[in-house]
Design a protein around this ligand. Structure first.
Ligand SMILES: C[S@@+](CC[C@H](N)C(=O)[O-])C[C@H]1O[C@@H](n2cnc3c(N)ncnc32)[C@H](O)[C@@H]1O
Length: 305
């Protein structure tokens, strides 16, 4: 039994944006990431990049954002970097036109606090950017990919990490669902359901770590616990519940058009012991984020190159 006839949740579509917004409303994942940036970013990233600019030589710190979405998280990181670097050039790869528009709006709203950052927004997938620039000599000092590598086919992921690490003279920060996330739990329990698109399995943090290990990168990793309130998935005709299920399964319309038997099994699984837990009458599932920080073997970048 599968649901391969249901349309895939395309990251470029507004249907994706709606479902992602619902997930964000019920999960504290983004808050935990913002907290990490407030508390850890300076020590783990900003202070590790060597500022070699001099009074008479201004050198821009070069940042690459992969799947930066509406920019809320990236802008927080850029503001941290601005405290040490006088000039920053940020290349943003984001396939959704809608999210690029939101990002630009946010930058406009905060322009007085972002005077030393220039942006190059590209409506592109990371795979396309890497293929087009694989042989190039472009260097980045800081690359981030926050929950944006989830459906990159494994062989493409290896390729793009290799290209990115070749370009980076500094730090690569990747955050991705940890293996204990409900997204992976559903994939492991219902492998057929999740083979809607045979190459599109959820990528998790450990796969990113394994891939980076083969490249000889220096690596640090940690896990940020977070949870999603999935109570609405059990409420009759709840729009939010339907959107959450779609988001977990990466399809559109699973509640309205999916096989009832399969949906029943998915709900039983979501409710089972060890998969979710109840607090104050609400049902929660874990959606932890694995943080992976990779440094080039040289460890210390020379941004005057
Ligand atoms: C869950 S959102 C995260 C957005 C942002 N990084 C944040 O944490 O707020 C995932 C983003 O990755 C983008 N994305 C999905 N697949 C991508 C790919 N192959 N290359 C680049 N971006 C991608 C989506 O369009 C979406 O904006």
């Amino acid at each position: 039994m599968d649901i391969s006839f249901l349309p895939e949740l395309d990251p470029e579509s507004s249907l994706y944006s709606e479902r992602c917004a619902t997930f964000e409303a019920y999960a504290n994942q983004k808050e935990k990431i913002l907290e990490w940036i407030s508390e850890r970013f300076d020590e783990e990233i900003t202070s590790q990049l060597v500022n070699t600019e001099t009074e008479d030589r201004k050198v821009a710190l070069s940042v690459l954002g992969i799947g930066s979405g509406d920019g809320r998280i990236e802008l927080k990181m850029l503001k941290k970097l601005m405290q040490r670097f006088r000039l920053i050039e940020c290349t943003v790869l984001e396939p959704s036109a809608e999210r690029i528009t939101s990002y630009k709006k946010l930058v406009e709203e905060q322009k007085d606090a972002l005077t030393s950052v220039t942006f190059d927004w590209r409506q592109e997938l990371i795979q396309d950017f890497c293929k087009a620039n694989a042989g190039g000599s472009k260097k980045f000092h800081f690359v981030n990919a926050i929950h944006s590598c989830y459906f990159i086919p494994k062989h493409d992921l290896d390729f793009f990490l290799k290209v990115i690490c070749g370009w980076t003279e500094g730090k690569v920060l990747i955050m991705q669902s940890a293996g204990t996330s409900i997204f992976l739990g559903l994939q492991n329990k219902f492998p057929k359901t999740m083979t809607l698109h045979p190459n599109q399995k959820f990528i998790h943090g450990n796969q990113i770590l394994d891939s980076l290990k083969t490249l000889g990168m220096h690596l640090q990793t940690s896990v940020l616990p977070s949870e999603c309130d999935i109570t609405s998935c059990f409420e009759n005709d709840s729009t939010d519940g339907k959107r959450l299920l779609d988001f977990f399964l990466n399809v559109v319309g699973c509640e309205d058009n999916g096989p009832p038997n399969l949906l029943k099994m998915i709900r039983e699984f979501l409710k089972s012991e060890g998969v979710s837990y109840t607090r104050n009458g609400r049902l929660y599932a874990p959606v932890p984020t694995q943080v992976v920080i990779a440094s080039t073997s040289k460890m210390i970048p020379n941004i005057n190159k």
